[in-house]
Design a protein around this ligand. Structure first.
Ligand code: FAD
Length: 319
């Protein structure tokens, strides 16, 4: 058994979920090699090598890996592939883009959205929009193939750092594919924390009714230092961006506090907030399903309740 863990990074910073992903790899067992691919990303490699359980770090630096183009990264992974039995990537847009491509090229067995590891061939993943967990054990015929896994980092505790960092080995990162070419990117100026890493998230749903009303959520997020999320209904109505959608077909989040305003609590939405520690809901319908799963729920008109809550927060801050 030999594991290759693909490290996600952005703007020369290791993704915050890395220590959680590493825990999943450690639970599988066997040596863990971490691949950091990019251009001028030695700092990322140093950061990843600090964590307990990393046996070795491969640093693949080349201009062709700068933007994380999936075809180029996959070509690099294919060169390394013969040495490994397990390939692990986060269940994020980055990992979901690369792992299936690698799995198809390797004719590997693939399991996605892993939330639990029993052993090297037995894994837990959610099914039915997260309403049930399925334990899958690979048959011997499948274990003869490499295994590609995308892992939900929020389901695992973070691995601590180690006193002796893992050795870093530089390898040739050049791997170019003529299938696609990076042209440009226009990064948005982020004023607020990311949905995936925010401690507090406030989200609006169909109850927001029209675009201008969503400003109330944005205002509340601003005051609370929270990230802004939305339901599919709010996204479909043009009240929020699709990147803000939380749920089965959106982002999976794990904040300490989740505030749901004007959200019914459909199972597809709940699939995205299962790991939220404390859920606070405001909904004017006492029978809305969100009330049954919320830790604190308020049956009230959000347009009255939310401004009152913000006023009270202001008052408490001034005291
Ligand atoms: P609604 O169901 O319209 O609920 C609005 C709520 O606001 C109601 O409960 C109402 O009582 C309350 N309300 C109205 N006015 C006020 C007010 N003034 N004050 C307080 N409360 C008020 N949905 C997602 O969110 N994420 C997904 O990823 C997702 N994926 C899906 C995938 C599939 C395959 C399918 C079929 C559906 C998916 N959906 C998803 C849609 C999901 O089924 C629901 O339709 C959606 O989550 C409902 O959003 P909502 O609760 O905002 O809207």
């Amino acid at each position: 058994m030999n594991i290759l863990l693909l490290a996600e990074h952005r703007q020369n910073r290791l993704a915050a979920h890395f220590p959680r992903l590493l825990t999943a790899a450690r639970q599988i067992g066997g040596p863990i090699t971490v691949l950091v691919a990019g251009e001028a990303c030695l700092e990322v490699a140093y950061a990843a090598a600090q964590f307990s359980g990393v046996t070795e770090l491969l640093l693949a630096e080349h201009a062709s890996q700068k933007e994380g183009v999936a075809e180029n990264l996959c070509a690099l992974l294919l060169r390394l592939a013969p040495e490994f039995t397990h390939f692990i990537a986060p269940a994020t847009p980055f990992g979901r883009h690369i792992l299936p491509r690698l799995a198809a090229s390797l004719q590997a067995t693939t399991l996605t959205e892993i939330i639990g590891v029993i052993d090297a061939t037995t894994f837990i993943r959610p099914i039915h929009a997260g309403n049930a967990h399925c334990t899958l054990r690979l048959r011997p015929a499948f274990t003869a193939h490499p295994l590609c896994l995308t892992v939900r980092p929020t389901s695992f505790a973070p691995t601590p750092t180690q006193t002796q960092p893992a050795p870093i080995q530089k390898i040739d990162g050049k791997a170019e594919s003529d299938l696609s070419r990076w042209i440009d990117q226009a990064p948005r100026q982020e004023e607020r924390p990311h949905l995936n890493s925010a401690q507090v998230v406030i989200a609006g749903g169909g109850g927001m009714e029209k675009a201008g009303n969503f400003d109330l959520i944005t205002e509340a997020a601003h005051r609370l230092g929270a990230a802004v999320g939305a339901t599919r209904t709010a996204v479909d109505a043009g009240l929020a961006a699709s990147t803000q959608q939380i749920g089965q077909t959106g982002q999976i989040i794990a904040p300490k506090i989740y505030i749901a305003a004007g959200i019914s609590g459909a199972i597809q939405h709940l699939a995205g907030i299962k790991d939220a520690k404390t859920i606070f809901a405001i909904n004017n319908d006492p029978h809305a399903p969100i009330h049954t799963i919320a830790d604190f729920s308020l049956t009230a008109d959000l347009f009255t309740a939310l401004p009152e809550i913000l006023q009270e927060l202001d008052r408490l801050q001034k005291e």
